[in-house]
Design a protein around this ligand. Structure first.
Ligand code: EPZ
Length: 418
């Protein structure tokens, strides 16, 4: 296994360019199954999760070529509908094959994605919605067995605005018979990006980006060349990196409108945030204030930036409450931040943070993707030696060339074998 070694104390300065969004790439790659011609996706980030989903595609009998940030996918020869446990367990988002496989082949056998560090991560809402569309579902020996002669449009209400649940139903509905309405749909930019890809392929989708999406099934879809959106969570992570190191960073090739909730919170904390067309300049030179945060579905404050923002609050002035409303166990980073001297008390889904003047370098353990990023941010500002972040395979799932981009901003950080 590998670890990142970080020497804190450098104010980050310069320009960092944002890669394509992991959580847009995954559903868009799965959507390639919906039609048999070669489809090209651009701005695909070089991430472990993208590699995994392409490996599953290959196992299903499809071919792909990946050059730089371009992926050419050909699903003409798709021959099976099984997504095996040993790949699904490494990436829950494999559930995104359920809708497309049912659409294309009328069958799907997908290992039930287990929980992960941040929560149980059930997929009951996905299954219930697809049953409403005529799919028969069975759960046996940890697998979802699904089949549907022909999916039919349905009026679906999600108890919770599930991101991948909304994406799965959209991909099931675009070739179904009749109209599908998704009520209480997720409106995340990645859901909108998938809808835009499907529309470019000839799907009839309206209302994406709101809580009600209406889809009229069409006969077939056509191949396209499509560029996915930049990663708003990577964008937010570098915004916080600039703030926590009292730096001055220009974040480019991003979509500022996708990080409005974070920009608002950083400004409340007295961090300077300038939003331009496709770049954001963040600079902090002086005291940062603790501010309360409550994670919410988009456009609220994203749960995927909660851990990173908490690291910033640990070295800000005052005290604040960070409330996590999306996942039941997303404070695992607290114990690790405490090892670095942070003053955080957790009660239920609230973390009470008391800002301190400094954090101390220490060996810490990454436990999930975004918690790992929070520990790197803490390491960038920790004093008294080197912070070692272990098990950074979590990071490689969601951040392209993290240490290279941070070194480009002046950070002292390198990767070592553990
Ligand atoms: C997506 O996960 C993202 N992953 C997550 O990003 C992100 O944290 C999450 O949305 C919330 O924004 C991808 O897009 C690949 P949900 P998803 O279904 O779709 C409950 C990262 O770091 N729920 O919107 O799995 C669920 O337990 C990852 O990139 C059910 O109860 O999240 C959670 O409490 C982490 N039953 C809430 O809904 C269901 O059938 C929201 O989950 C589905 C969800």
């Amino acid at each position: 296994m590998e670890k990142l070694v970080i020497k804190g104390g450098v104010s980050l300065k310069g320009v960092v360019k944002i890669s394509g969004a992991k959580n847009a790439a995954l559903p868009c790659i799965a959507a390639s199954i919906l039609q048999p011609e070669p489809i090209k996706l651009l701005r695909i980030p070089n991430l472990k999760d993208v590699k995994t989903i392409l490996q599953i595609l290959e196992l299903l009998g499809c071919q792909y070529q990946w050059n730089g940030d371009e992926v050419l996918i050909n699903t003409k020869d798709i021959k099976t509908y099984e997504c095996p446990y040993d790949l699904v367990r490494t990436m829950r988002a494999s559930i995104l094959f359920l809708g497309p496989l049912l659409s294309r082949l009328g069958r799907a056998k997908i290992s039930l994605p287990g929980g992960c560090a941040i929560g149980a991560r059930p997929v009951n809402l996905h299954l219930k919605a697809l049953e409403l569309m005529g799919a028969e579902m069975q759960l046996e020996q940890g697998y979802i067995y699904a089949k549907a002669k022909k999916l039919k449009g349905a009026d679906i209400f999600f108890d919770i605005p599930t991101v991948t649940g909304t994406e799965n139903v959209m991909m099931a509905a675009v070739l179904a018979e009749g109209k599908t309405i998704i009520r209480n749909a997720a409106s995340e930019p990645e859901v909108v990006d998938l809808a835009e890809l499907l529309r470019a392929m000839g799907a009839d989708i309206q209302g994406h980006g709101t809580d009600t999406i209406v889809i009229e099934g069409v006969k077939e879809l056509r191949p396209v060349i499509y560029t996915i959106i930049p990663d708003r969570i990577e964008t937010g992570t570098y915004m916080i990196a600039a703030a926590i190191t009292q730096g001055d960073v220009s974040i480019e090739d991003c979509k500022p409108e996708h990080v409005g909730a974070l920009a608002k919170k950083l400004r409340e904390a007295d961090v300077n945030v300038e939003l331009q067309k496709d770049k954001i300049r963040v600079c902090a030179n002086g005291e940062i204030k603790c501010v309360d945060v409550k994670t919410m579905p988009y456009p609220g404050f994203p749960t995927d930036l909660q851990a990173q923002f908490m690291a910033l609050m640990c070295v800000s002035k005052g005290a604040c409450v960070i409330e996590e409303t999306i996942f039941e166990n997303r404070f695992i980073h607290v114990a690790e931040l405490r090892r670095m001297g942070a003053d955080i008390e957790v009660s239920g889904n609230k973390a009470y943070v008391k800002g301190k003047t400094k954090l101390l370098a220490a060996p810490v353990m990454a436990t999930d993707l975004r918690a790992s990023a929070s520990l790197v941010l803490a390491g960038l500002v920790a004093e008294g030696g080197y912070t070692e972040v272990r098990r950074i395979y979590h990071l490689d799932r969601g951040y392209e060339a993290l240490e290279k981009k941070l070194i480009g901003l002046g950070a002292t950080i390198w990767r070592e074998r553990e």
